[in-house]
Design a protein around this ligand. Structure first.
Ligand SMILES: [Zn+2]
Length: 179
């Protein structure tokens, strides 16, 4: 797996304090190109990821995993949930997660095979460096009202059944009673 250093993240990260990293949140960039995703991170719009996976499978490393990236938002009561231990939701997904984004326009273009291979390798690498990792989910599951289609199967061919096998992590989907 090829990993490049991305330098345009500094406006949108903060320290984690003593927080334990427990999960991975997957995203799409809603852009066609890596450069537009990276330039978005360099603006004052306050968004960032730890890793961005280009359509050719090349990974760009952005925010260091020791810092908190701002990838799931904090806007509103229903936003930004993630599992707390055994499936109980809490509202601090950014605090406890690694944000990985696929370059994908969000227009029903499928993820590419190199992207799928790269995320498998990347998650495996993260499991070794961060043994506290327990779960994997998508931005849609963290806040479906704000992200109604992000990485859904019918938009990207993203298949959770397969992901639960290769990741070795618990796949978290949002409990229906959380709205
Ligand atoms: Zn997202």
């Amino acid at each position: 797996m090829k990993i490049l250093d991305g330098l345009k993240w500094k406006l949108a990260s903060s320290g984690r304090g003593a927080t334990v990293i427990k999960g991975v949140v997957l995203h799409w960039t809603a852009s066609k190109t890596l450069s537009s995703a990276l330039s978005w991170m360099s603006t004052a719009r306050k968004g960032s990821y730890h890793y961005v996976i280009d359509v050719d499978g090349v990974v760009t490393k952005c925010v260091p995993t020791s810092r908190k990236a701002w990838h799931t938002g904090r806007d509103g009561k229903r936003a930004n949930l993630c599992p707390k231990d055994e499936g109980v939701a809490e509202g601090i997904a950014n605090e406890v997660s690694i944000g990985i984004s696929f370059v994908n326009p969000g227009d029903k273009t499928p993820l590419t095979s190199p992207q799928i291979e790269a995320v498998k390798t990347l998650v495996d690498m993260l499991k070794h460096s961060l043994p506290t990792l327990q779960w994997i989910t998508t931005h849609h599951e963290c806040c479906p009202s704000a992200r109604p289609t992000e990485l859904l199967m019918e938009y990207t061919q993203w298949d959770w059944k397969i992901a639960s096998q290769w990741s070795g992590l618990k796949v978290w989907t949002r409990p229906k009673n959380l709205g």
